[in-house]
Design a protein. Structure first.
Length: 423
């Protein structure tokens, strides 16, 4: 096994070859040259672990050679040992002052030469280990600093998200407001992240109470920003135009959202919202509904089916004859690009005790179960049909429990919102 690479710079051939043979026999890898100029060139080429150099040589002597080594950044730390017949203290001091690591007078003992070489190479190994430890320490310190900075940035980001959550929650109706408008109701609202692309909205205009659940494209920060735009446009339409009919409201909101997004984003790709919007006239017991890709569900003992066209109504019935009515939405999103925005409005009477459900698509899209599949809307409909006689808070508990049991430890797929209102 090679113990190190040694460069011998010696002008006398016999001495050069003798030193080389000794070193090779002791396991060293050896290169030889006859003067300092060639020695410097060879050292740059092979990067030796140690140099043995004569002093008195033609072209470039030992003094000039060690100077050149110490001026070269790649050779600056290479151990440099003089082998010379010049043996005065002045010669020794001169060599050491120029940068040599040791000085061995000719003639020398083989054991003495090997001991000096071993000692210098040991120092090199110790230096390398210290440098490695320092390097590792620096790396660890750098990694530690990086982790601290990442942690600080993450904390800052999470703090920002929490503040954004507080801002977004301000736009949601308060519990007191919801109780005032709908004494019997539940809200199952579960954002995927701190902030949500889902939002719910209520507004009182004269004797009409408007309620909506909206699902903006995506989730997290992008969807939350879109939700703020859509929320603002909803209020703008109500406050400026005074509309009360859901179809008129959504049509105007669509116009405003498209105009706003196109004006502020040249590459606008049609991000917007799906929404179900109801206008409830409690005096006349009349409900108007319009939806952009989001239907509503109705639990009712009796329902005037003739008020809704067959194309827009689906009926689900359980084994004991209880029925859930689904009123389909129009096939266009608010702010969408391409398809024309043609919203149909459905108007029908209701009775006291009927329940309406408005929702985003997050509940049905949740992955889970034994086969890691979507929950699907059909299972949500079965669930809604199964508990129509229960109190609203108990309905919410069952919805939350079913979602948790289905999801288990899976990642939440999307923002989830379901609102139930007993009329």
């Amino acid at each position: 096994m090679k113990m190190g690479k040694i460069l011998v710079i010696e002008d006398e051939k016999n001495i050069r070859e003798t030193i080389a043979d000794i070193l090779v026999l002791n396991g060293y890898d050896v290169e030889c040259v006859e003067n300092g100029k060639k020695g410097l060139s060879k050292a740059i080429q092979i990067k030796p672990d140690l140099v043995l150099c004569d002093v008195m040589m033609p072209e470039m002597d030992g003094w000039e050679t060690v100077k050149a080594f110490r001026l070269n950044p790649e050779l600056y730390c290479t151990p440099f040992i003089f082998l010379s017949a010049l043996a005065t203290m002045k010669d020794f001091r001169n060599g050491m002052n120029l940068g040599a690591d040791d000085y061995l007078s000719k003639p020398f003992q083989i054991d003495e030469l090997l001991q000096i070489i071993s000692s210098q190479l040991t120092k090199v190994e110790i230096r390398k280990k210290i440098q490695h430890l320092d390097s590792n320490k620096n790396k660890k310190e750098a990694i530690s600093d990086f982790k601290i900075k990442v942690k600080e940035k993450a904390k800052g980001f999470l703090d920002s998200l929490e503040r954004a959550k507080m801002v977004q929650n301000v736009i949601l109706p308060s519990n007191d407001e919801m109780k005032e408008f709908f004494p019997e109701h539940f809200i199952f609202y579960l954002p995927k992240e701190s902030i949500s692309g889902d939002f719910y909205w209520v507004k009182k205009i004269d004797d009409i109470t408007l309620i909506a659940v909206a699902d903006c494209t995506g989730h997290g920060i992008p969807a939350a920003l879109i939700s703020m735009v859509c929320y603002t446009m909803l209020n703008t339409v109500i406050n400026q135009f005074g509309y009360q009919n859901p179809a008129n409201i959504l049509t105007e909101v669509n116009n405003l959202v498209c105009e706003f997004m196109s004006a502020h984003h040249k590459n606008y790709i049609g991000d917007g919202m799906d929404i179900s919007l109801c206008a409830i006239d409690d005096n006349r017991k009349l409900l108007k509904y319009a939806g952009a890709k989001r239907p509503i569900y109705i639990n009712a003992k009796t329902f005037k089916k003739s008020a809704i066209s067959e194309d827009n109504l689906r009926i689900y019935e359980n084994e004991i004859g209880e029925k859930l009515y689904e009123i389909k939405a129009s096939n266009a999103s608010v702010g969408g690009i391409g398809a024309s925005f043609n919203i149909q409005e459905q108007v029908f009477p209701y009775q006291k005790g009927d329940i309406i459900y408005l929702s985003s698509d997050g509940y049905g899209d949740q992955f889970g179960g034994k086969e890691d599949k979507k929950y699907k809307t059909k299972n949500l409909k079965k669930l809604l049909l199964s508990f129509q006689d229960l109190a609203m808070n108990n309905q919410k508990k069952l919805i939350a429990r079913d979602f948790k049991n289905w999801k288990k430890n899976k990642e939440q797929t999307d923002d989830v919102t379901i609102i139930g209102v007993r009329l």
